[in-house]
Design a binder for this molecule. Structure first.
Ligand code: A3P
Length: 299
């Protein structure tokens, strides 16, 4: 029998957002679920789907609170970890770390969601542009900041895009490191790779795939409820349940966080050459099949 080489943490990642040491003191349970993305790739959507599967189509679940971003450095460890430890439902946690910075459990189940970087960065620009003072204060003024503060974006999404590409993920973190690390472990038995495009194309099919991966039988009498509660319209209408802190960090609240749910908005604003710059860098940084998957969801 082939022995599996499980990932081990190679180094910590600490920044204005991250404190990967959170995971060092985290006590895994065998049925934990970890939902992972670079960011702005459908994390909240999959958190909603998983919550609907665990709680069989219930409404009114405070999903963001139930499914915290473990490696976000606020609130601090002594507040965050006991709250997670006190949960007595099947836990479903969020991470934006590359695999190298995680304490990886062979028993937990990991769901990774990919999205074309141009869609990600259009979503991220909106996220940062509409973040309020409380957002920037929480990241820049609370104890434990490592490295530079996070700056408010300027008024051009196109400039934001170029800077993100030119400075390997500025103002957050590297897309390429994140995607490469998850792509490298995609065949592990406890890793499921999803893509935003496939969730858009066939949400029912993707939900069934997630349910099978998590060993959660679907109660067919609740199937339509589950689908309704995972639709963009429902999530937008009830955004305060799924957006972090009920949307308190954004002008316009939670509905700003659940923004449009569409791809390709960059096509109207980037010239062909500007859009191709992304493809060129992706082809240099990623394996060809990984670049193709990230762009299309196909592999
Ligand atoms: P846009 O900003 O492009 O609208 P994350 O949760 O990783 O931060 O990703 C946020 C993106 O997922 C946002 O994209 C948001 O609108 C989209 N999203 C959230 N729920 C969705 C749903 N049910 N259907 C489609 N898109 C959804």
């Amino acid at each position: 029998m082939k022995t599996i080489k499980w990932p081990v943490k190679k180094q910590e990642l600490q920044s204005n957002h991250f404190d990967s040491t959170m995971w060092n003191d985290f006590k895994f349970r065998d049925d934990d679920i970890v939902i992972s993305t670079y960011a702005k790739s459908g994390t909240t959507w999959v958190q909603q789907i998983v919550s609907q599967l665990i709680f069989n189509g219930e409404t009114g679940l405070p999903v963001a609170e139930m499914s915290p971003w473990v490696d976000l450095r606020v609130p601090p460890k002594h507040v965050k970890l006991p709250a997670i430890e006190a949960q007595n439902h099947r836990r479903f946690l969020k991470t934006h770390l590359p695999v190298e910075n995680l304490n990886f459990s062979p028993k937990a189940k990991y769901i990774y969601i990919g999205r074309d970087g141009r869609d990600v960065i259009w979503s991220m620009y909106h996220h940062h542009l509409n973040a309020n003072d409380k957002f920037y204060e929480a990241l820049n003024e609370s104890p434990g900041l490592v490295g530079p503060k996070i700056e408010r974006p300027g008024d051009s999404v196109v400039e934001y895009y170029h800077e993100w590409l030119d400075k390997d993920g500025y103002p957050i973190w590297s897309l390429w490191d994140n995607v490469n690390s998850w792509w490298a472990i995609k065949d592990l038995p406890n890793v499921l790779m999803l893509h935003f495009n496939n969730l858009k194309k066939d949400m029912p099919g993707e939900i069934r795939k997630i349910a099978a991966f998590l060993d959660i039988p679907i109660d067919e009498s609740k199937w339509n409820d589950i689908l309704t509660h995972c639709s963009f319209e429902y999530m937008k209408e009830n955004a305060a349940e799924s957006a972090p802190l009920g949307g308190a960090f954004w002008e316009g609240g939670a509905k700003t966080f659940i923004n449009k749910g569409t791809n390709g908005r960059w096509k109207d604003l980037l010239s062909e050459e500007e859009a191709a710059k992304y493809d060129k860098i992706a082809s240099e940084k990623l394996l060809p099949e990984c670049a193709r998957w990230l762009k299309t969801g196909e592999y």
